[in-house]
Design a protein around this ligand. Sequence first.
Ligand code: GUN
Length: 292
Amino acid sequence: MKLLDGKEASSAILNRIREKVAANLAGGLRPPHLVAVLVGNDGASETYVASKVRTCENIGFKSTLIRFENSVTEAELIKCIQKINTDPEIDGLIVQSPIPSHISFNRITETISPAKDVDGFHPLNTGRMVQNSESIIAATPKGILMLLEHFKIDTTGKLCVILGRSNIVGMPMSVLMARNSWPGNCTVTLCHSKTPDPGVFTRQADIIIAAIGRPGFLKADMVKEGAIVIDVGISRIADDSRKSGYRLSGDVDFEHVAPKCSYITPVPGGVGLMTIAGLMHNTLIAAGYSIN
Ligand code: GUN
């Protein structure tokens, strides 16, 4: 079993981005600028956004965090986004999900300029992705592709089973793994909450991508010997023995599944770090910098 180490892969990508930014700054260009909008005080969202802002600093990007109370109206949020859309000093914009239920996430997503939509959630970007034309790809699926690329994982002709059909991970992942490219060219099965017995599918899978947010869901008896397992889950479990009061758990019962795998991602230290690398790469592209 080999760990698909998100720290190793994301550091390699972030180092390349840092070098590119430094070279362009030396040439007189301004740094890429990412704006993150955070509504409310959800603990996990606070942590994710703080880590995105910190990464921006580390690689030479400018970042701005805009906070709103939970009571913000949809109209106020839309006004803020429209202002950012026309600000030439801003390259990328994300609105951290989840947002309060009185605001439509789809309406917010559709308000963001597709060119600044570094989360890749706008229907134009999603549609282009489906048509395999140039687009901004959602950060987590993109991060997973970059992880498979970094570790030179052969995906062609493999059976890939995805657990979860969210707009943020499962749905785009299913499209990307089926695309005629590498990583990709898989035969894809998408399981979801109405799939009676996902184990029937995961037991046949060469690659399993678990993105359902149910701690320890994927058990050893659902995985075949030699499978590649990518764990997108990152749930907080109450744990009094930790200073924070919680520990993180993925969707995979790592202790029992890992010995059967050829490759597996750890949680934390796997897909979470790759999501941030994906977001930074998207922001670099939105700023008009190219990098391979
Ligand atoms: N919440 C969980 N994942 C994401 C993500 O990739 N982007 C945003 N904006 N919110 C999220």
